[in-house]
Design a protein around this ligand. Structure first.
Ligand SMILES: CC(C)(COP(=O)(O)OP(=O)(O)OC[C@H]1O[C@@H](n2cnc3c(N)ncnc32)[C@H](O)[C@@H]1OP(=O)(O)O)[C@@H](O)C(=O)NCCC(=O)NCCS
Length: 210
């Protein structure tokens, strides 16, 4: 069956992570601004590019509403602040991550450190193909480079340590289910990642530290 390209939301679950995908609106709405914290509103005002500001505001609003529903609290009251590596965290026991790209956002949450990555399926791949681990994943799984990139990026976001984590990342094993395990120096916990079937036009992945 052909995928529905007009859909503006999607929900799923993988690796015990709840996933939500939303197409972002064309303009910032007062309702989205209202749901943000004072710090987020201040940060949003600092973005020079209107597109980046819209992406930030609309994504954070959808993140807050999703977590608010899961935690059964008012979305605007959820405390979210960046850790030492810039990864936004909530102190109340839920782990989450988000990724925005090409007018859409993917949000994931669960009880273990999680990373998600969302990319436009048409994103240029000449630069990312030079990253050895991305090329290794493509070859090991016989998938498109962009799909390999999302698996790697979701994994580095689960680790939450930026570029340093990319350099040390190695493939552990690949299962027939499409799940890939990675190893990373100094990380004892199993690291797993898998592709996520978001709506047509996008490629995505989720990763967790067990
Ligand atoms: C910060 C970083 C995660 C942003 O990635 P991006 O591809 O530009 O953007 P995405 O839309 O996927 O993710 C951005 C969101 O990730 C979250 N984020 C920020 N820092 C993060 C971190 N250290 N770890 C995990 N998530 C982070 C934020 O919610 C951010 O959105 P916001 O600023 O609107 O709140 C990225 O620069 C980074 O450090 N990646 C780590 C690995 C890497 O360098 N990969 C490149 C080659 S594989």
């Amino acid at each position: 069956m052909a995928a529905d390209t007009t859909t503006d939301r999607w929900r799923g679950r993988a690796l015990d992570v709840e996933l939500r995908w939303f197409r972002l609106p064309k303009e910032i709405s007062p309702a989205d601004l209202d749901v943000l914290s004072a710090e987020e509103r201040t940060r949003s005002a600092d973005f020079k590019a209107a597109r980046r500001r819209l992406e930030y505001v609309a994504s954070r609003a959808r993140l807050r509403r999703s977590l608010g529903e899961a935690l059964r609290v008012a979305p605007s009251t959820i405390a979210i602040s960046p850790d030492d590596f810039g990864k936004p965290q909530h102190s109340g026991g839920v782990e989450f991550n988000l990724s925005h790209s090409a007018g859409a956002v993917l949000i994931g949450w669960g009880d273990r450190p999680v990373g998600v990555d969302l990319e436009a399926a048409t994103r240029a791949t000449q630069h990312i193909g030079r990253l050895r681990i991305v090329a290794d994943v493509r070859d090991a799984m016989s998938i498109e480079l962009i799909a390999a990139f999302t698996l790697v990026e979701a994994t580095t976001k689960a680790l939450g340590r930026g570029l340093a984590a990319v350099r040390g990342l190695r493939i552990g094993s690949v299962a027939a289910s499409g799940e890939i395990r990675f190893t990373s120096p100094g990380i004892e916990r199993p690291i797993r990642a898998i592709a996520v079937a978001v709506p047509e036009g996008y490629v995505a992945a989720v990763a967790v530290l067990d």
